[in-house]
Design a protein around this ligand. Structure first.
Ligand code: NAG
Ligand code: NAG
Ligand code: ZN
Length: 592
């Protein structure tokens, strides 16, 4: 990235403004908002030291009652944890490190690649039949055996439900039935490796390797590292045999997150059947990692929201005929005009308190010592002052990386039509992909496109069918058939500033300030973020509102997720274990 200054907005946000009157009422039906999440990587890499300047912005250590982004109170692990030496061993002991490397490297050796078109377990009558159709599932079975061998105490003390044969739900039953379980999730499928790229890998993708700092292999950052880290943590706690949970801890691992996550849907049904809706204290899944340095601030940015999703599939049928006597516009020409209109009319940008991104910006505005002063003022007023809001949107829209955090996107991804040079095309079709802004819905997204199709249909006297309903009767000139695919509303946004937010954020703040960077006087702000993509949590909304997409780690701009040389900073992997070693014991004592 160039040196041009960008505001690194990253993940999520969401916060109700305190003590301020919103003078504006947003007409949400009209305005579309979007988000984009992983946009800012590589932006503004300023040093992490904040010193006094930082404090002066945050006021009384973040206790300013008007603060839009209060700094969470640290949660000191020593008040909760049985064995405080263990974390030191996890982070610094060569032997521990060595065996941890071996465990993650071992997990890489199973090519649990998932393809979109792969037959899923529920589509075969039995596992044997499935393996005949799709031999690749054998690697998933072998991976399960690997887990059993590698984590013997986990398999001895936790119950394991295999949901749909491949979804893995481990339950560490707590003594207190009244405490809501904690649900920690990950997936063990990986994105396939393209054969053509094999010679570009530093280590073969399914052998893996360690170069003294980074561990390489497909899946090591998305997200076998998290899955293995969670199991290492529980294995360690069981080995020490001091912590015996009051609260049930559930580890749930999906097997096709990279291809729709139907496995997680099955896991959801299993969990909601057993525990009921709204039964989990908190869900923590993959998502953002570690922390970011932005505008002179260290920020920990769990994703508290996800954009929605829908594909618009538009077909146009027209009469055929000989190309020597064509109409002025063929189906392809008409469709081309429509697509061009769709691109010309972008979705509007909106930013309100509903979008985690606004709260993230407020955190930067309140606590960053470096942020531009005009921008700071606009951010802090954006939720009640129209002018400030417009100025902020203008600023965000100007940067591709941030524009889609506040706008629904539209990408024409597939087109087809016509078969022969001397025959008029009787059918043409296009697919437009949308990632839906937090303030929007599948319905409002499709309404924009439908309005544009209507205009073209009227002009060319064409019929229009939308989702099986006749809008205009088909005519002798033909008709549009507009259908929606894979509609998913934006995720409900995780509450901030409640008890769970404060406990999780306070634990992470203590972890980074006093454990990871002990003695360095670094300071960390816990703020929400928004994801433009989806994780398995899209199936888990009804289990709790407290969903966090985040894993501890170290800043690392080049993890090469989904591409050649996927890797993870191994020190970051150890942070997963060290954090959860503490957090499982901390969260155990919370009353709810
Ligand atoms: C771990 O230790 C074993 C035995 O000393 C050694 O063979 C192996 O190479 C070490 N692994 C790593 C990743 O250092
Ligand atoms: C419209 O498209 C849908 C989905 O592809 C299809 O099921 C339906 O039969 C089509 N209707 C017409 C009238 O072409
Ligand atoms: Zn993933």
């Amino acid at each position: 990235m160039g040196s041009e200054k960008e505001l690194p907005i990253y993940g999520n946000g969401n916060v109700a403004p305190k003590k301020r009157n919103c003078k504006m009422v947003w007409s949400l039906g009209l305005v579309l908002v979007g988000l984009s999440c992983y946009l800012l990587s590589g932006i503004s890499n300023t040093q992490g030291y904040l010193g006094d300047t930082f404090r002066s912005f945050s006021g009384d250590d973040g206790k300013n009652p008007d603060s839009l982004c209060p700094i969470v109170e640290k949660v000191k692990f020593s008040d909760f944890v049985y064995e405080s030496d263990t974390v030191d061993r996890i982070l610094h002991d060569a032997k521990f490190r060595n065996q941890s490397i071996e465990k993650l490297l071992g997990a890489v050796k199973y090519p649990t690649e998932i393809y979109d078109e792969m037959t899923r377990p529920e589509e075969a009558d039995s596992v044997d039949e499935l393996l005949k159709i799709e031999p690749g599932w054998k690697y998933f079975q072998d991976f399960q055996k690997y887990l059993k061998k590698t984590f013997p105490k986990v398999h001895e003390h936790l119950s394991l439900d295999k949901v749909n044969d491949f979804g893995l739900v481990y339950t560490w039953k707590g003594k207190d039935e009244n405490k809501k379980p904690l649900l920690l999730t990950a997936h063990y499928d990986v994105v396939p490796v393209q054969k053509e790229t094999l010679d570009q890998w530093t280590f073969p993708p399914f052998t893996g390797g360690y170069d003294g700092k980074f561990l390489y292999g497909r899946g090591v950052s998305d997200c076998k590292d998290l899955l293995i880290g969670l199991l290492e943590t529980v294995e360690l706690l069981l080995t020490e045999d001091k912590f015996s949970p009051e609260r049930t801890i559930i580890l749930a691992f999906g097997y096709d997150e990279e291809a729709g996550g139907s496995g997680a849907q099955k896991i959801f049904k299993h969990l909601v059947g057993k525990y009921g809706p709204d039964s989990m204290l908190q869900i923590i899944d993959e998502g953002s990692s570690g922390y970011q340095e932005m505008e002179g601030l260290n920020v920990i940015l769990p994703a508290t929201g996800e954009k929605g999703y829908v594909d618009s599939f538009i077909e146009l049928y027209t009469p055929g005929g000989h190309s020597s006597v064509p109409p002025k516009h063929t189906s392809i020409g008409i469709l081309a005009k429509l697509l061009s209109d769709i691109e010309d009319a972008e979705f509007e940008s909106v930013i309100t308190n509903a979008n985690p991104v606004l709260n993230q910006l407020q955190c930067l505005a309140e606590h960053s010592p470096l942020i531009d002063n005009d921008l700071r003022k606009n951010i802090l007023k954006a939720h009640f002052d129209t002018k400030a809001n417009e100025a902020l949107l203008k600023y965000l829209r100007a940067q591709v990386s941030q524009k889609f955090l506040v706008t629904t996107s539209q990408a024409i991804d597939i087109i087809s039509g016509g078969v022969k040079s001397n025959a008029l095309p009787e059918h043409a079709s296009a697919l437009v992909n949308h990632r839906i802004a937090v303030e929007e819905l599948v319905k409002s997204t499709s309404e924009k496109v439908l309005g544009q199709i209507k205009q073209i249909a009227e002009k060319h006297e064409l019929g229009l069918i939308f989702e099986g309903q006749t809008v205009y009767e088909p005519t002798e000139h033909g008709y549009f058939n507009y259908t929606l695919r894979q509609g998913l509303e934006p995720a409900p946004v995780t509450p901030t500033q409640d008890e769970i937010w404060n406990l999780f954020g306070g634990s992470l703040r203590h972890f980074y300030e006093d454990v990871v960077f002990a003695g360095e006087s670094k300071e960390f702000v816990f703020a929400p973020s928004l994801m433009t993509g989806n994780t398995d949590t899209k199936w888990y909304w009804d289990l709790t509102r407290n969903i966090f997409r985040y894993a501890p780690g170290l800043p690392n701009p080049h993890l090469n997720i989904h591409s050649v040389d996927e890797k993870t900073n191994f020190d970051g992997h150890l942070l997963i274990i060290a954090f959860y070693y503490n957090y499982l014991q901390v969260v155990d004592q919370l009353a709810q």
